[in-house]
Design a binder for this molecule. Structure first.
Ligand SMILES: [Zn+2]
Length: 393
């Protein structure tokens, strides 16, 4: 039976080891993966910038999910260079072809005055709360931290905003802005599941804040009990990563589109009518915008707003949930969003279909020859952006 020393010598003999100075150079010139295999309490005290953290104990089970490309250039470290030598050997045995262990580990790296940071990490309570996210390698702890640091704005705390807000809060989106100027009415409760019978007559934003805070105390709910208009939209949306649009009228959608283009904040759009719903993502100047898709609103008699048309209560639950999914994918950079595609759902046929939506080169809002965007109120016709703000102001 080999002794520990013999095993370590064998592992070191089978792998490449790099001095910290050499590792630093390799990190500066190429896209190497830095892998920290220490225990969570060691990692939390300080780590190399951008390090991927997989404790030695779970390396075999999780490394293939976290570093799928076995040809990746990986620099492994631990505290002193022993665990990382074994880790590098294990990875080689798993088929990784370009792994090296950093000699002297984090301790020597730090003693030599090289850059390190204190990584953000989840509390024990958060690890438990978001466990099912952490089990997804595509999310993991870094993705969860991203969500906790993200800011999403919901336009409306109604049918679409309700399910979106609930799922975003449950997922741990750190800041959720909610703008709505209505009060809770009993006719809302058939679909607006943020609210309940006890809240009748209460401002919707206050009711939303209560529900979301009870669901997840990690979430900071910022409320705006105002009408979204040209006078406040830029101020309201400032600093948000994503806008989840649950508004039900054309003038507001065109206004949101202009503000989104100006600030380059992506919009997750959703709309519902009777038994049909639609969702898409507008990524400013990358994909199509709302006006590329709908250059002009239909005449009012063909486009009744939600307050006038009936809707089956589950429908906004489905579309609003899709909006929440897209918002999270945008923040995490996951998969393919609905950018450039319109998802259309028919509840009666129980079918989903997607339609391609292209950027319009002649779009008066985002096209190359579009006039500079002026944020102004739209009339019922939502004509291309007005040349001057209302009242000449
Ligand atoms: Zn456009």
């Amino acid at each position: 039976m080999p002794t520990f020393r013999e095993m370590l010598a064998a592992a070191k003999g089978a792998i490449r080891e790099v001095e910290p100075a050499e590792a630093e150079q390799e990190l500066a010139v190429e896209s190497a993966v830095v892998l920290d295999v220490r225990e969570p309490d060691e990692y939390e005290q300080g780590a190399l910038p951008g390090a991927l953290h997989i404790p030695r104990g779970t390396l075999e089970t999780s490394v293939e999910g976290r570093i799928p490309d076995k040809g990746s250039h990986v620099l492994v470290y631990c505290a002193g260079g022993t665990r990382s030598a074994f880790a590098a050997k294990t990875m080689q045995d798993l088929g990784y072809t370009d792994v090296a262990s950093i000699v002297g580990g984090f301790n020597r790296w730090k003693d030599e005055g090289r850059a390190w940071t204190t990584p953000k990490s989840l509390s024990a309570e958060q690890r438990n709360r978001y466990q099912r996210h952490l089990l997804l390698p595509e999310v993991g702890e870094s993705g969860q931290i991203k969500l906790l640091e993200s800011r999403m704005l919901l336009l409306g705390a109604g049918g679409l905003g309700s399910p979106a807000a609930l799922y975003l809060a449950a997922a741990g989106v750190g800041t959720i802005g909610v703008i709505d100027m209505d009060v809770v009415d009993s006719s809302n409760l058939q679909r607006q599941i943020l609210h309940n019978t006890d809240r009748l007559g209460e401002r919707k934003v206050d009711s939303a804040k209560k529900t979301l805070t009870l669901l997840n105390p990690d979430v900071d709910v910022v409320t705006y009990d105002v009408r979204l208009g040209a006078d406040n939209i830029l101020e309201v949306i400032d600093g948000y990563d994503v806008i989840v649009d649950g508004t039900d009228n054309f003038p507001t959608r065109y206004l949101v589109n202009d503000a989104s283009l100006l600030t380059r904040i992506p919009v997750v759009h959703g709309s519902i009518f009777r038994f049909e719903g639609q969702a898409t993502v507008f990524n400013p100047y990358v994909g199509p915008c709302y006006r590329c898709m709908i250059p002009e609103p239909p005449p009012p008699e063909l486009a009744p707003s939600c307050s006038e048309a009936g809707v089956l209560g589950v429908l906004p639950g489905i579309i609003g949930s899709i909006q929440a999914m897209e918002a999270i994918k945008i923040v995490l950079g996951l998969g393919e969003t609905l950018e450039g595609r319109l998802l259309s759902y028919d509840a009666l046929d129980e079918t989903f279909r997607t339609f391609k939506v292209n950027r319009d080169p002649n779009c008066p809002a985002c096209g190359p020859n579009a006039a500079p965007i002026v944020i102004a109120e739209y009339d019922e016709l939502c004509m291309p952006h007005p040349v001057a703000p209302p009242n000449g102001g």
